[in-house]
Design a protein around this ligand. Structure first.
Ligand SMILES: Cc1cc2nc3c(=O)[nH]c(=O)nc-3n(C[C@H](O)[C@H](O)[C@H](O)COP(=O)(O)OP(=O)(O)OC[C@H]3O[C@@H](n4cnc5c(N)ncnc54)[C@H](O)[C@@H]3O)c2cc1C
Length: 387
C-alpha cells in the first residue's frame, strides 16, 4: 500500500517503538497497543546490549552497518544516548573449522565495507583481552567497531521521538481479534478496551508474534527460545572497555556492564511452557565453571543469584528478521523474528517497515532477503551456526 494510513502497532518494545516513530515522521497517525503495564516488559528489557556487524549474511551485515550510523546519531535524532560504545567483539576459536567459517564470513564483511574486522592470533586475542586463560583458544576474529548499546535507552529514545510526533502508546490493552475485508486487508483491531479501525497493522510482538498473527488467522513462523544471563556482584577485576568475548564453539560469552560481569551460555531449557521466563538455576553451575576455566580472575567473583535473569529470543526458521506483508494479508506487516538481534537492528527495521507501509516497499536498503514469503518460496537465508 502507499499513503499515510492510520496504523495500529501491536507491541511497544524496541521494534514497535522504532516503527512508530518512523511512521509518524511520514505523517501516519499511529497507535501502539501493548498488553503489559509499561515499556520494556518484553525481551527488550532483558537484552544484554551487544551490537555487532560481524555477521555471515549480506542482509545482516548491511542492517548492522545501517544501524551503526543510526546509533552514532541517535542522541541528535531522539535526545537520548544509545550507549553505543565501540569496545569491540572478539570471537575466539578452538579449531581450524571454527576459524575458517568465521573467515568466510569476514571476506563478505570486507566486501561490504567492514574492513576493520580482522583475524587475530592467540597472542593478539590475549592482548585484546588479557584476562583470558591462554590455551582455551587458538585464534579468532575481532572487529573494533562492534561493541555495546543500551537497550532501554534506545527504547526510551524512540518513544520520546514518537511521542513528540503524536504517537499514542496504550498499555494494559490486549488485541482480541481483527476484522478483515474480502481482499484480506485488516480494517480494524478489536481489543480488551475497544476497537481501533486502521489502514495498516504492524506486528511487533517479539517472541509472542505468532500468537498476534493468529488473531488475524495468519501463520507466522516465529517462536520463543529461552536465553539466560548470569550476573556477578560488582566486580573490579575486568575493565569496562573489555570487548564482548565469545567462544565460537559453544557460544559462551561475557561482557562488563555497570561494574558487573554478564555471563551467557546459550542452550535449550526444557520447559512445558515455551514462553516461560523463570530462571533455571540448574544452568548456573555450568556457566560458572566455564567462566572460571576461561577467565581465571572470575574465580574470585560472586554471582548475584537474585539478579540473574532469563528472557526470550524471537526465533525465525533462518534466524533472520521477517519484514513486510504477504499477498494474503496485504496491510498486515511483520516486523518480527530477529532471533536475538532485535535491539541492534531496531533502527533499520523500524525505518524499513515504515517505508513499506507509506511508500509501498522498503527503499533505504534492499530488504528482499527478509520478505515473509521466502520460506514458502524455498529461498530462506543461510543460517550458519554462531553468526
Ligand atoms: C537474554 C537476552 C539477551 C539479548 N541480547 C541482545 C543483544 O545483545 N543485542 C540485541 O540486539 N538483541 C538482544 N536480544 C534480543 C532482543 O532483546 C530482541 O531481539 C528485541 O528486544 C526484540 O524487540 P521487540 O520489540 O521485537 O520485542 P519485545 O521487546 O519483546 O516487545 C514486544 C512487546 O509486545 C508485547 N506483546 C506481546 N504479546 C502481545 C499481545 N498479545 N498483545 C499486546 N502486546 C503484546 C510485549 O508486552 C512487549 O512489550 C537479547 C534477548 C535476550 C532474551
Amino acid at each position: 500500500m502507499t499513503g499515510t494510513p492510520d496504523v495500529v502497532i501491536i507491541g511497544a518494545g524496541v521494534v514497535g517503538a522504532s516503527a512508530a516513530w518512523r511512521l509518524a515522521e511520514r505523517g501516519c497517525r499511529v497507535t501502539v497497543i501493548d498488553r503489559a503495564d509499561d515499556f520494556g516488559k518484553g525481551s527488550t528489557g532483558r537484552a544484554t546490549g551487544g551490537y555487532r556487524a560481524q555477521f555471515a549474511t549480506e542482509i545482516n551485515i548491511r542492517l548492522s552497518l545501517m544501524a551503526r550510523e543510526m546509533l552514532r546519531s541517535f542522541e541528535e535524532m531522539t535526545g537520548i544516548d544509545s550507549g553505543y560504545r565501540p569496545y569491540g567483539y572478539l570471537l575466539l576459536t578452538r579449531s581450524a573449522d571454527e576459524l575458517s567459517s568465521l573467515l568466510v564470513a569476514q571476506e563478505l564483511q570486507h566486501r561490504l565495507g567492514l574492513t576493520e574486522a580482522v583475524e587475530v592470533s592467540a597472542d593478539d586475542a590475549l592482548r585484546l583481552n588479557p584476562a583470558l586463560a591462554s590455551g582455551t583458544f587458538s585464534g579468532g576474529v575481532y572487529c573494533p567497531t562492534d561493541g555495546f548499546i543500551r537497550p532501554l535507552g534506545i527504547l526510551e529514545g524512540y518513544v520520546a521521538a514518537a511521542r513528540r510526533l503524536g504517537v499514542e502508546f496504550r498499555f494494559d490493552e490486549e488485541p482480541l481479534g481483527c476484522e478483515r475485508d474480502s481482499a484480506g486487508r485488516v480494517t480494524s483491531v478489536r481489543t480488551s478496551r475497544g476497537t481501533h479501525s486502521c489502514g495498516a497493522i504492524v506486528n511487533a510482538a517479539g517472541a509472542w508474534a505468532a500468537r498476534v498473527a493468529a488473531l488475524a488467522d495468519i501463520d507466522l513462523p516465529v517462536w520463543p527460545a529461552k536465553r539466560q544471563v548470569a550476573i556477578t556482584e560488582p566486580f573490579a577485576g575486568l575493565p569496562v572497555d573489555m570487548p564482548m568475548t565469545i567462544f565460537a564453539g559453544d557460544g559462551f560469552h561475557l561482557r562488563v556492564r555497570d561494574d558487573r560481569v554478564l555471563l551467557v551460555q546459550p542452550r535449550d531449557h526444557d520447559s512445558a511452557d515455551p514462553f516461560d521466563t523463570s530462571f533455571d538455576e540448574s544452568w548456573l553451575d555450568e556457566v560458572i565453571a566455564l567462566a572460571r576455566e576461561r577467565v581465571p580472575c572470575l574465580r574470585s567473583a560472586s554471582i548475584d543469584r537474585d539478579a540473574c535473569w532469563a528472557g526470550l529470543y524471537e526465533m525465525s526458521p533462518d534466524k533472520h528478521a521477517i519484514l513486510g506483508a504477504t499477498p494474503e494479508a496485504p496491510n498486515f506487516y511483520f516486523a518480527n523474528g530477529s532471533s536475538g538481534h532485535g535491539v541492534m537492528h531496531s533502527g533499520p527495521l523500524g525505518l524499513l517497515v515504515a517505508e513499506a507501509i507509506v511508500d509501498g516497499a522498503p527503499h533505504s536498503l534492499d530488504a528482499t532477503a527478509l520478505g515473509p514469503s521466502r520460506f514458502a518460496e524455498g529461498r530462506p537465508n543461510p543460517s550458519p551456526g554462531l553468526l
